[in-house]
Write a protein that binds this ligand. Structure first.
Ligand SMILES: NC(=O)c1ccc[n+]([C@@H]2O[C@H](COP(=O)([O-])OP(=O)(O)OC[C@H]3O[C@@H](n4cnc5c(N)ncnc54)[C@H](OP(=O)(O)O)[C@@H]3O)[C@@H](O)[C@H]2O)c1
Length: 274
């Protein structure tokens, strides 16, 4: 979708962290915004900020762990803003603890918020996008979804699911005017879940140097405008490491140890950020 001005976007996870930066970047492009998350006041504050870009913006609170609220979200957005041209599945939760410690309820909640809700929202908006002959869906995954991450096993699994959901749907929609992209950031400093984790557990190892929220927001815009399949956002080039891992899967564990990822994961384990 080359021209974003006056398109309507639904952005999940808009109350804090990376969502705020993505909302600002979309507003600068002239995109009208439906901002959703659970925190009503934060959404309203962002709504007031972004309308200074001469766009329409609405705040529509919803809890994505509640299937009923996910199911009614599209209708609410279309009532208040109009048809959805862009869906950004950004909301996500992560916890870090040994897998045996996750309760069944925690596992189900993480799968629902990180994976089921994006799939359902996509299912609801896609027919309208195809009918209108335009649309783009962006799924926010993570480098954890490409490489795996110990103690964040359910998180990494849901993020890997988003990568494969994007790849498969993209193939299916190849001959249509609807694009699908996945963004995979590494640790992001300044704002968001890693920045919160860093306050408690200290900085990530040097080789896992964090990127910035603005780079993630720019990647979202680029993905939509250039219909990119997948963008990895990290301070250091990581794609070669992923290619090596694909050829030699047995190397993943060693590579994670060498990079310091395993030791850092142990350090943040039992600390939660939701
Ligand atoms: N920050 C990083 O280092 C990093 C790296 C790689 C990938 N990511 C991905 O980037 C996305 C954004 O992360 P972030 O760092 O901005 O996280 P964050 O600061 O923790 O923000 C998470 C957002 O998701 C919303 N959310 C959480 N649970 C929800 C629920 N049940 N229903 C509706 N909304 C819910 C939160 O809003 P409420 O609490 O108001 O509901 C908030 O707006 C996530 O998908 C994350 O996995 C982040």
């Amino acid at each position: 979708m080359k021209e974003l001005k006056e398109r309507n976007a639904l952005l999940t996870g808009a109350s804090r962290g990376l969502g705020v930066h993505i909302a600002r970047a979309l507003a600068k492009e002239g995109v009208n915004l439906a901002l959703t998350a659970r925190s009503v006041d934060a959404l309203e504050q962002l709504r007031e900020e972004v309308i200074s870009h001469n766009i329409k913006a609405v705040a529509i609170p919803a809890d994505l762990s509640d299937t009923e609220q996910v199911t009614t979200l599209e209708d609410k957005v279309e009532d208040k803003l109009g048809p959805i041209d862009i869906l950004i599945n950004n909301a996500g939760i992560e916890w870090a603890t040994p897998f045996r410690n996750y309760s069944p309820q925690e596992l189900q909640k993480m799968i629902q918020v990180n994976f089921t809700a994006p799939m359902l929202l996509t299912r609801f908006v896609l027919p309208g996008m195809l009918d209108r002959g335009r649309g783009h869906i962006v799924n926010m995954s993570s480098l954890a979804g490409k490489a795996g991450f110990p103690y964040q096993t359910p998180y990494a699994s849901t993020k890997a699911g988003l990568v494969m959901f994007t790849n498969s749907l993209r193939m299916e929609l190849d001959d249509t005017p609807v694009g699908v992209s996945v963004i995979c950031p590494g640790f992001v400093a300044e704002d968001g879940m890693y920045a919160e984790m860093e306050k408690r557990a200290g900085p990530a190892p040097r080789l896992l140097k964090p990127t910035t929220p603005d780079k993630v927001a720019s990647a979202v815009i680029k993905a939509i405008k250039k219909d990119k399949a997948e963008i990895l956002v990290s301070a250091l080039p990581v794609r070669p490491a992923f290619i090596i891992q694909e050829i030699f899967p047995g190397i993943k564990n060693t590579l994670n140890k060498v990079l310091g990822a395993t030791a850092y994961a142990e350090k943040i384990s039992d600390r939660q950020s939701e």
